[in-house]
Design a protein around this ligand. Structure first.
Ligand SMILES: C[S@@+](CC[C@H](N)C(=O)[O-])C[C@H]1O[C@@H](n2cnc3c(N)ncnc32)[C@H](O)[C@@H]1O
Length: 266
């Protein structure tokens, strides 16, 4: 691991219990997001030796999988404003191909201009200045490089679920700004990215029982005591879909993946 910068901002949402609950959810249900790892590999397609910047890395669930694909000659720069979120990644990253930066995307300074790709999952809706973020990402990516953003987009069932249930039940609230496809398209045009493509994906989050889905969601979104795990799985079933599979239960999670590239003439 390279140098880490430590920056604490008490307005950061993912601190303390919100962050430790998030980590506990992913530790207790480590296989739940396996389909999301497959989705990341499909769209980001990280290759050996590449340099990739990750925005909003959280506790590194995707970072470790990406770094493994990059191999010892590659580099993953995992950034997030929350020191608490990044602490797991700092502790568990064994390879020296991960550099951790405790910085919000809007003010990121990575000191490189030739990254092959930018990856972000579930974080851009927390980023308030998306214009600055797209601009900065463009400055660090080489011509022909790519940007892949998997997130909640405005107007989708997932956005309705967050605005209706998560905003009330999450212990920190959920004051965010979802990208619309139209605004993302404009942002790409304004900041020198090629017209983006949007892929509406449904990844099944995998569990043994229906009750496990409630426990996972209760932790992942750090629900207040007013909401039980049962409430959490019922709301997910109302807004999304919870279904029995051949091997257990799945929460069908509908995310949008935006892909774009840096045109060669920029
Ligand atoms: C829902 S978590 C997603 C974490 C990880 N990508 C994942 O999929 O597990 C959102 C993350 O966005 C981070 N975040 C919030 N504001 C941000 C900003 N301005 N720039 C970059 N990341 C931000 C949070 O600290 C948090 O770790």
């Amino acid at each position: 691991m390279y140098a880490a910068e430590h920056q604490r901002d008490d307005t950061t949402e993912f601190l303390g219990k919100r962050s430790s609950d998030y980590r506990d959810a992913l530790q207790q249900y480590a296989d739940a997001w396996r389909p999301d790892i497959a989705c990341m590999k499909r769209f980001l397609n990280p290759k050996r030796g590449e340099r990739i910047l990750e925005i909003g890395a959280g506790n590194g669930y995707f970072s470790l999988a990406i770094a493994q694909e990059l191999g010892p000659d590659g580099l993953l720069i995992a950034s997030d404003p929350s020191v608490d979120q990044l602490s797991d990644l700092e502790q568990h990253a064994q390879d020296d191909n991960i550099r951790v930066m405790a910085t919000p995307a809007e003010t990121l300074e990575i000191g490189l201009k030739d990254c092959d790709a930018v990856w972000s999952r579930g974080a851009i809706h927390h980023v308030l200045d998306k214009t600055a973020t797209f601009t900065r990402c463009g400055e660090v990516v080489r011509s022909g490089g790519r940007m892949v953003i998997a997130d909640i987009f405005a107007g989708t069932p997932l956005a309705r679920y967050f605005d209706s249930f998560i905003a009330r039940s999450c212990s920190t609230g959920h004051e965010v700004a979802f990208l619309s496809k139209e605004f993302a398209d404009s942002l790409c045009a304004l900041t020198g990215w090629a017209p983006p493509k949007f892929h509406d994906m449904i990844t099944p989050w995998e569990f043994e029982t229906r009750a496990d889905i409630g426990e996972f969601l209760h932790l992942l979104f750090s629900a207040t005591d007013d909401y039980s795990p049962g409430d959490c799985v019922d709301a997910a079933d109302d807004f999304l879909s919870v279904t029995e599979t051949g091997s257990g239960w799945a929460l069908m999670w509908p995310m949008t993946v935006m892909t774009t590239t840096r045109p060669a003439h920029i």
